[in-house]
Design a protein around this ligand. Sequence first.
Ligand code: AMP
Ligand code: GLY
Length: 425
Amino acid sequence: MNVLVIGSGGREHALCWAIRKSDLVDELFCAPGNGGIADEATCVDLNASNANEVINFCKDHAIGLVVVGPEAPLVAGLVDKLTGAGIKAFGPSAKAAQLEGSKGFTKDICAKYNIPTAGYKRCHSLPEALAYLEQVGAPIVIKADGLAAGKGVIIAKTLDDAQKATRDIFGGQFGEAGNSVVIEEFLVGEEASFIALVDGETVLPLATSQDHKRAFEGDEGPNTGGMGAYSPAPVMTEEMCSRVMDEIMIPTVKAMTAEGAAFKGVLYAGLMITEKGPELIEFNCRFGDPECQVILFRLVSDLVPALLASIEGTLDQISLDWHDQVAMAVVMAAKGYPGHYEKGNPIQGLKDASSGENIHIFHAGTAIKDGRIIAIGGRVLNITARGNTVTKARDLAYQAIAKIDWKNGFYRKDIGWRAIEREKD
Ligand code: AMP
Ligand code: GLY
């Protein structure tokens, strides 16, 4: 079978790396791909927001499976259009992808089906939002309803900050994504994620993982897409996983079917583990990035049959085997990320840094120019290592980073700190 992966990040590099290993796969393509994906797949210049272009490519290249990595084409309905054209595509329909595409939609589902989440109000105008803020005060969380590239959430410590954030959103800071807002209670606890494959009915949990969203050490600084991740996540004990399944994942999948929007694909719950137990912060309708890198680096089973089973509704027949070892990914980003950063600087030493089966470098914002790897994005490399303990995986990842020569890169030196502290205990 020929496979096409859509996307260009570290997540898609990990997906291509895992899919490439499958005996079921003949040719692998990735659109648009990146400098590292070029080792695993033929990179093709396709515009994922133009469904006809993707459909024509699939027909011309006998593609038997399309795997859509990022949320934007999912929310825009790429899977619906491919499916309509008779092409198998992994991921949710546009209707089901509303779980990520509209925070208000998700909150309303939670309210209707009793899924634990922060108390909230959906506001469709600035006066309505400001009046509600007066009533509830701070700390409070303001969220633009739609997709805002991970920037649409503001944690306001004071009423002033909350009012300013709300004015900015209704003033057009995030374009149409800010036509309405969700104002929600500030939750206290440890964050974790829970990622599963879903086929409309069955929920098949993947190995647990946790990421570090803040740019700087000590989990300080601005929010990013994720500066590192590890799997398993010790906070997700067996008991916590079964609570998340029973209280959040299964009720959501049932709710979506009842709403006529059966969910297929990856359902990723961002959670706050509070004193009361797990509460939903948000859903994503795709693999996390960099969580995908550590999860797939631990996957022993063939990924492709599981992706096909999600499409076909046969996930109940799939079981997945995992390496016992811990995996950790440390992200190298361009200095300035998540703000402004330079592009075009060369990166050297990658081959030397990635030798051995317990280490792999998944590329994100890289390209090949004149036969050399250059940085062209914010998050650029995911140095991913396996070890018998978190500490060992971490040491291996940082030893590899020391061999990479990229003047304009930075990385956090404390990825996995919570898990390492638990390990010491
Ligand atoms: P989201 O894009 O919804 O994942 O939000 C980004 C980040 O904001 C999350 O990873 C949390 O750190 C934080 N956050 C979002 N909602 C809440 C909340 N209700 N209480 C506390 N922190 C939150
Ligand atoms: N690492 C968080 C995300 O993919 O949304």
